[in-house]
Design a protein. Structure first.
Length: 235
């Protein structure tokens, strides 16, 4: 136990952030969403708003640990720097086409393989289009990116290089969702394993697209936009 505590104490602050972001998310999902669902029988829309709140845990973790993560910088300076570089519309357009086109091509292949209609893979659920767009934007895209791409991405790239840093970030981001794979999916056994593998592959691919764009236009809005395009189609 002492050895474990000693190892954690000497651990790189970057990895302490990752662990804290994981634990905070899992505690929020089980504590907030679990209580709302099982104790108060919250409505689907309420559960969606609470899920959005939980998605902000990487940013909450960043703000809570900020003085240790960025001791020589204020929070205001961090965000001014993160959003300071000029956006390139060509990169936004190309990344939009890459993300949405990739998803649509994959869905088309699945529809052919399973002999299902292409449109059957898409649904807004019980929400209107404006509400679906708002809910999607206020979840992962705005909630996660300050932590994953604003803080963790440059740390990993600096420590491991662009390629290895991107792959590590993809795996870290994917397995952060672990609790959702068990409480928010209908998969089990081999199907669950395949589902997890596909999630890791898809999220790592998305990270690579984000990192390529951010390497050329280091404005956090690029990551937010790519994440939003993925969510609105994938969901």
């Amino acid at each position: 136990m002492t050895t474990l505590a000693s190892k954690f104490k000497n651990m790189d602050m970057m990895w302490k952030y990752v662990i804290f972001a994981y634990l905070l998310f899992w505690v929020m999902v089980m504590g907030i969403c679990g209580t709302a669902s099982m104790v108060f029988n919250a409505s689907p829309l309420t559960m969606r708003w609470l899920a959005n709140l939980c998605a902000w845990s990487p940013t909450f973790a960043l703000l809570i640990m900020f003085k240790k993560l960025r001791p020589n910088m204020t929070i205001k300076e961090f965000f001014l720097d993160a959003f300071g570089q000029k956006l390139r519309l060509d990169l936004l357009l190309l990344s939009t086409v890459a993300v949405i086109g990739g998803i649509l091509l994959t869905v088309w292949a699945l529809s052919v393989a399973k002999q299902l209609s292409f449109s059957s893979f898409f649904s807004l659920g019980a929400y209107s289009l404006p509400l679906a767009l708002l809910l999607s934007f206020l979840s992962g895209p705005t909630g996660e990116e300050s932590g994953w791409r604003g803080y963790l991405r440059p740390e990993l790239n600096s420590k491991y290089g662009f390629v290895k840093g991107s792959l590590i970030l993809g795996v870290v981001w994917a397995f952060w969702h672990t609790i959702l794979w068990f409480v928010d999916s209908d998969f089990a056994g081999l199907a669950l394993i395949l589902y997890i593998i596909s999630n890791v592959v898809v999220m790592t691919s998305l990270v690579i697209i984000m990192n390529v764009v951010l390497d050329r236009s280091n404005n956090l809005f690029n990551a937010i936009w790519i994440h939003f395009c993925f969510n609105i189609i994938y969901r």
